[in-house]
Unconditional design. Structure first.
Length: 359
C-alpha cells in the first residue's frame, strides 16, 4: 500500500502480485481515507491474497472493502448535501456518534449485534430515545442508499435488524408562568451573554431555533412588524408577525452590536462576539441553564410549543395559530390546542348561561 501524490490530490494505491502478474488497485483519496482505515482495507486485501483470490476480482467494485467512513464521505454525503437542507445535522450525528462506533468497520463486517451495541451505548450515555432513533434512521438510510446504488458485498438494511426505541414523538412540555422567572434568571448567568435574548425571541415568536439563529437584519421590516424567513423547514419562505416585545429584543441586540462591531452591526442578528459569526447552536448553554433552574426536561423546541399553547389559552383560534406557526396543515397545529382548565370552565359556563335553565 502506498500514497501517490499527484498535482491536485493524494491517493492510496495497493500494489500486489497475483498469478505472477503485477496489479494495482486505487483505494481512495487522502484525507477522505485516513491511515487507520487504510490499515483495515490493507488487511482485507492481504486476507484475499492469502486465500488465493485476486482482491480486485474477489469484489469487483471493492464495495465490501469500504469502511463506513469511506462510504459516508465519498458516496452518501455528496448526495445528502443536494437533497436535504438540514444535511449538517446528519453530518454532525455521523461524525460525533456513528463514525466513532462503526466508522472503521468494513461494510461487509457490520452486524445486527453492532447495531444493538450502538443503541445500548447511546442509552448508557443517557441520550433520549428520539435522539438515538434519529441516528439509527441515518444509519439505515445509508444502507438503503447503498441498496439503491446496487452496491455489493455488505448486508442490506433489513438484515441489520435496526429497531427503533419506543418513543412518544408528541411529547408535550410547556413552559409555565412560574417557571419562566427562574429559567431566565439561570439564562442570565450564562457565558453566552445574549442567550436570554435568543431564548426570549424564540418564546415570543414561536420560530424554530434554526430560523432564529440564521436570521439576518435585512430579513426584518420593523415598521411593518414583519420578519421574512427566507428558508423554512418546508423549504418555502414565510413571514412572521412581530410583537412589540419581540421588537424590543431586536432593539437590545442592535444596541449591543453597535458596541462590538466596527460597522455598527453584523449581517446576522444573533452573533457570537468571539467569532463574529452567527451561532449555529445554543444547546450546551441552554442545557446548563435548564439544569440550574431545575427544568431538565425542557427542550429548546418546547419554547415553540409554549408559544402556541399561550396563544390558544388566550383565546386565539387554531387557524390563527396555524398561520403564526407557519404550518401547512391545521392537523399539525391541533397538537397545540391545549386549553387551560380555567378557560374550559369559563367556556362551559357560557353554555350554561345561554340557556338560562331553572331547575
Amino acid at each position: 500500500m502506498y500514497l501517490y501524490s499527484g498535482k491536485k490530490r493524494k491517493t492510496f494505491h495497493y500494489r500486489y502480485v497475483h498469478n505472477r502478474k503485477h496489479k494495482i488497485i486505487k483505494v481512495g483519496s487522502f484525507p477522505i481515507l485516513n491511515f487507520s482505515e487504510i490499515l483495515v482495507i490493507y488487511a482485507k486485501y492481504r486476507n484475499a491474497l492469502a486465500k488465493g483470490l485476486d482482491p480486485r476480482i474477489a469484489d469487483e467494485s471493492q464495495q465490501s472493502f469500504q469502511t463506513l467512513n469511506q462510504f459516508f464521505n465519498t458516496t452518501y454525503l455528496p448526495g445528502l448535501k443536494l437533497r436535504k437542507k438540514s444535511w449538517k445535522n446528519d453530518y454532525s450525528s455521523y461524525k460525533n456518534h456513528l463514525s466513532k462506533h462503526f466508522g472503521l468497520k468494513l461494510l461487509s463486517d457490520i452486524t445486527p449485534a453492532d447495531v444493538l451495541n450502538f443503541s445500548n451505548a447511546q442509552l448508557e450515555a443517557r441520550y433520549s430515545a428520539g435522539t438515538i432513533n434519529a441516528r439509527l434512521v441515518l444509519l439505515g438510510n445509508m444502507f438503503k442508499a447503498a441498496e439503491k446504488l446496487q452496491l455489493q458485498g455488505y448486508p442490506n438494511r433489513a438484515s441489520l435488524e435496526i429497531t427503533l426505541l419506543p418513543y412518544n414523538s408528541k411529547k408535550e412540555r410547556f413552559l409555565k408562568i412560574d417557571e419562566t422567572e427562574k429559567f431566565f434568571a439561570a439564562l442570565k448567568t450564562s457565558k453566552n451573554k445574549i442567550l436570554p435574548e435568543i431564548v426570549a425571541f424564540l418564546l415570543l415568536t414561536g420560530a424554530r431555533v434554526g430560523e432564529v439563529l440564521s436570521a439576518e437584519w435585512d430579513d426584518f421590516n420593523l415598521e411593518k412588524n414583519l420578519w421574512r424567513v427566507p428558508m423554512t423547514k418546508s423549504g418555502m419562505p414565510r413571514t412572521i408577525v412581530l410583537s412589540e416585545k419581540s421588537k424590543d429584543v431586536l432593539l437590545k441586540i442592535s444596541n449591543w452590536q453597535k458596541l462590538i462591531f466596527p460597522d455598527g452591526r453584523s449581517q446576522f442578528v444573533f452573533v457570537n462576539p468571539r467569532t463574529q459569526k452567527a451561532y449555529t447552536t445554543i444547546q450546551k448553554p441552554f442545557f446548563r441553564a435548564r439544569k440550574l433552574a431545575n427544568l431538565e426536561d425542557l427542550r429548546i423546541h418546547d419554547l415553540r410549543h409554549s408559544f402556541a399553547s399561550a396563544l390558544v389559552n388566550r383565546g386565539v383560534s387554531i387557524y390563527e395559530v396555524q398561520a403564526l406557526l407557519g404550518h401547512a396543515s391545521v392537523t399539525t397545529t391541533m397538537r397545540y390546542a391545549h386549553l387551560s382548565q380555567d378557560r374550559l370552565y369559563k367556556s362551559v359556563a357560557e353554555a350554561s348561561n345561554y340557556y338560562n335553565i331553572e331547575i
